[in-house]
Design a protein around this ligand. Structure first.
Ligand code: PLP
Length: 437
């Protein structure tokens, strides 16, 4: 007989299932800046769930928008049919994207947004008569979700090695992390703009006329908060333009205020041709992703197509009514509370708190931008990742949710965080690090 609380059936994603199920840590509810665990103890959310609950948990306006939508139009297809909220949301989103990126394709996750963006890039090249441009270029340490496209351009070996040969013709730029020159940088590191020139090397190797697109996260989140060196994104943009290659920013994490503007593109003043979005789009209350595409890319694909369907791509739930309602309400909350600007308003205070950890035991680097921080620990000899995982468990048990990746603690709280909560978060982390081996 199965126990009613049997944990074995759920094969958990990106989880050490055996270890978790031996000592489960379950969340029961959430509100504002806090989770409540199933044993009743409260947790300060240092990670906005999984980089996604940007306006804080269970915001009443979003909750009631979802309730209302579920009771009026539970589902409506968007293949050869439509419903008003999906169009309204696309128009609203276009307004917060960088000028010119005003054509919106809906998906249900970041992974789907990435695969959609890569497919649109390929379709665009073919539509303009450059069908030999089939290569997609990613970057080492990039995380672009878990679709075959995303893991191919992604640069995390653990996410690739179980899955064979992946997408053809992909290549990678080097990552931008340079511990020797940039450790403890406040904001954008000074060194590394020249790493964008890797694209010239790949052009020399493969020929520009084989390359469709380059995809990067403007700030790499999942591999431990890698902030772009000063001038790097500008240089990459210039090289893509020079060689007629599309530039895709994967803004699944950086979108919706994480770095102080609606997008990292706006924050850094560099406009790509395509932006991928998800997470904060609905404040994570309903799964949804989106791809913002430049008018030029969209029009080239659409206007060069024969009569009928222009892009043979889409998801049953593209523009789902509940997700669209949640996203519209989330955009209202972001706008009314000026949350996109909040990460900039708090950035200096946040940076000071982050870098105060410099002298803390085990810390070998601190990095920050907007309301994001990476705190890198020295790995335990012979046992990499174990120290950070112990810190994660201790933090959870003491009432703080952090995220760890390798030996890096990554922090990205809801944008509604207050200064005393920032103090509490870093105070607790210092305490934990000073008390573990
Ligand atoms: C930059 C980036 N792209 C894509 C994804 C994948 O998103 P999802 O897990 O919603 O598929 C993530 C998830 O963390 C991400 O950080």
């Amino acid at each position: 007989m199965r126990e009613p609380n049997d944990l074995s059936a759920f094969w958990m994603p990106f989880t050490a299932n055996r270890a978790f199920k031996a000592v489960p840590r379950l969340l029961a509810s959430a509100e504002g800046m806090y989770y409540r665990a199933s044993d009743g103890h409260q947790l300060l959310d240092g990670t906005a769930g999984l980089w996604c609950v940007n306006a804080g948990h269970c915001r009443p306006r979003i909750v009631s928008a979802i309730r209302e939508a579920a009771g009026s139009l539970d589902f409506g297809p968007t293949f050869q049919l439509g419903h008003p909220r999906a169009f309204e949301l696309a128009a609203r989103l276009a307004l917060v994207m960088p000028a010119g990126l005003d054509r919106i394709f809906f998906t249900n996750s970041g992974s789907e947004s990435v695969d959609t963006a890569l497919k649109i890039a390929l379709a665009y090249q073919r539509a303009r008569g450059e069908g030999a441009r089939t290569r997609c270029i990613g970057r080492e340490r990039g995380y672009h979700g878990v679709g075959f496209g995303g893991i191919s351009v992604g640069g995390i070996v653990n996410n690739r090695r179980q899955f064979g040969a992946l997408l053809n013709g992909v290549d990678h730029l080097r990552h931008t992390h340079d511990h020797a020159r940039n450790a403890f940088s406040v904001g954008q590191p000074a060194h590394g703009a020249e790493l964008a020139d890797d694209l010239e090397r790949l052009v020399a190797l493969h020929g520009a006329d084989t390359i469709a697109a380059v995809i990067v996260e403007p700030v790499a989140g999942s591999t431990g908060v890698l902030v772009p060196p000063q001038g790097y994104l500008e240089r990459l943009r210039a090289l893509c333009t020079k060689h007629d290659i599309l530039l895709i920013f994967d803004e699944v994490i950086t979108g919706f205020g994480r770095v102080g503007k609606a997008t990292a593109a706006e924050r850094f003043g560099v406009t790509p041709d395509i932006i991928t979005l998800a997470k904060g789009l609905t404040n994570a209350a309903v799964p949804m992703g989106a791809v913002a595409v430049s008018r030029e890319v969209h029009d080239t694909v659409v206007n060069n197509a024969a009569d009928g369907i222009e892009l043979f791509h889409g998801y049953t739930y593209s523009g789902h009514p509940l997700a669209a309602a949640a996203a519209l309400a989330a955009l209202d909350v972001y706008e009314e509370e000026r949350l996109f600007e909040r990460a900039i308003a708090l950035e200096a205070y946040w940076a000071e708190a982050v870098h105060a950890l410099r002298e803390t035991r085990h810390v070998i680097d601190c990095r920050n931008i907007g309301l994001v921080a990476g705190i890198e620990l020295a790995p335990r000899p012979g046992a990499p990742t174990k120290r950070a995982m112990e810190a994660f468990h201790r933090a959870f048990d003491s009432g703080l949710l952090i995220r760890v990746t390798g030996d890096i603690i990554a922090l990205s709280p809801p944008l509604v965080i207050e200064k005393p909560q920032i103090d509490e978060m870093f105070g607790r982390i210092a305490d934990i690090l000073n008390n573990i081996d």
